[in-house]
Write a protein that binds this ligand. Structure first.
Ligand SMILES: [Zn+2]
Length: 333
């Protein structure tokens, strides 16, 4: 019986991934192994695809998009903005507006600031081991976002104090125009900044502003970098916090009493925290009492008291820099 079947099978060539030549599906395929020298592997997938593409404009569109996307991904890898492990490396332009020499932050201090961002966003910061056990399970680990300084632009100005009105972002108002804000994270370092009489450490635009003339992060020089910065905000974490906003993170208390930060794994908290709180720090929201995650970069504590993002925050940031995200332009030159 097997011999007879074999006789039928070898009449036509056998295709490995469709059954055109096999008329009886109940045939014992293992019988073909007896004549493996006569079987040539063949696969009609591409021919079938070409036929399907010929017949469907929707499929042709999807095919074109697929190939464009594949090429773009390969190109991103080549350029180095998406690293081999999938990390998106955001190119950074630092715009320095200084009135005094001290405000003209040095290249070394800028490098220091970029290094802090890279440590904090990859969870390689030296204080990551301070995360309480309760929160270790929801800590972000490596957020797969990194930063690379591309250019520094410096400009001396007579302006001694800036406000939060974006004047520093326009040459026509004494500032420095953003460099391609779709493709670069622009940071402006200004000497001093106030709002209604209060000192402002920094502020940022959220991803709905991606690519607009005012898109980016502003930081006052005393709170930028580490060496020569002003205690207790001298560990470079004002930038970590502001870049968090730039990547769509909200304040951890949701800017309201027991507000919502749109992240499920950060406990609801009544309000912002300051200074160096000690864990556990209990809040009660909706009748539930538990310690809040005041050590999160998106709270208001001192630089030395913040040292983590949560996994939910990582997801929000990743969605922004994804190929479909609001800040996908950061992956492309
Ligand atoms: Zn903030």
């Amino acid at each position: 019986m097997k011999k007879l079947l074999l006789g039928i099978l070898v009449i036509g060539s056998i295709s490995s991934c469709n059954s055109d030549n096999i008329t009886n599906p109940s045939e014992d395929v293992s019988s073909t192994t007896e004549s493996s020298d006569l079987v040539k592997r063949g696969c009609p997938s591409e021919e079938i695809r070409q036929e399907a593409l010929k017949n469907s404009s929707e499929l042709r569109q999807r095919f074109a998009a697929l190939e464009a996307n594949t090429e773009k991904f390969a190109n991103d890898l080549k350029i180095g903005k998406v690293l081999a492990d999938g990390t998106v490396e955001i190119p950074v332009i630092v715009n320095v507006l200084y009135n005094t020499t001290a405000e003209n932050v040095s290249d070394a201090r800028i490098a220091e600031q970029i290094a802090v961002l890279n440590q904090d966003y990859t969870a390689t910061n030296s204080d990551v081991n301070k995360i309480p056990t309760e929160f270790q399970v929801v800590s972000s680990g490596d957020t797969k976002v990194k930063f690379r300084l591309v250019n520094t632009i410096r400009k001396k100005t007579n302006t001694k104090s800036w406000r939060t009105n974006d004047a520093m972002k326009k040459a026509s108002s004494g500032g420095i125009d953003a460099t391609s804000p779709t493709n670069y994270l622009n940071m402006w370092v200004v000497g001093k900044m106030t709002s209604q009489g209060s000192t402002i450490l920094g502020y940022a635009t959220f991803p709905e502003s991606a690519g607009l003339w005012n898109d980016g992060v502003v930081i006052a020089a005393p709170f930028f970098g580490k060496t020569g910065a002003s205690s207790p905000f001298n560990l470079g974490r004002t930038a970590t916090h502001e870049v968090g906003h730039y990547l769509n993170l909200r304040h951890i208390w949701g800017d309201a009493n027991c507000g919502n930060d749109l992240v499920a794994d950060t406990p609801t908290q009544t309000t912002a925290n300051y200074g160096k709180p000690s864990y556990p720090l209990y809040n009660t929201c909706s009748g539930v009492q538990r310690s809040v995650m005041f050590m999160n970069y998106m709270d208001y504590v001192d630089d030395a008291a913040m040292f983590m993002f949560s996994a939910g925050q990582k997801t929000r940031m990743q969605s922004v820099v994804a190929t479909s995200g609001a800040r996908a332009g950061l992956r492309v030159y």
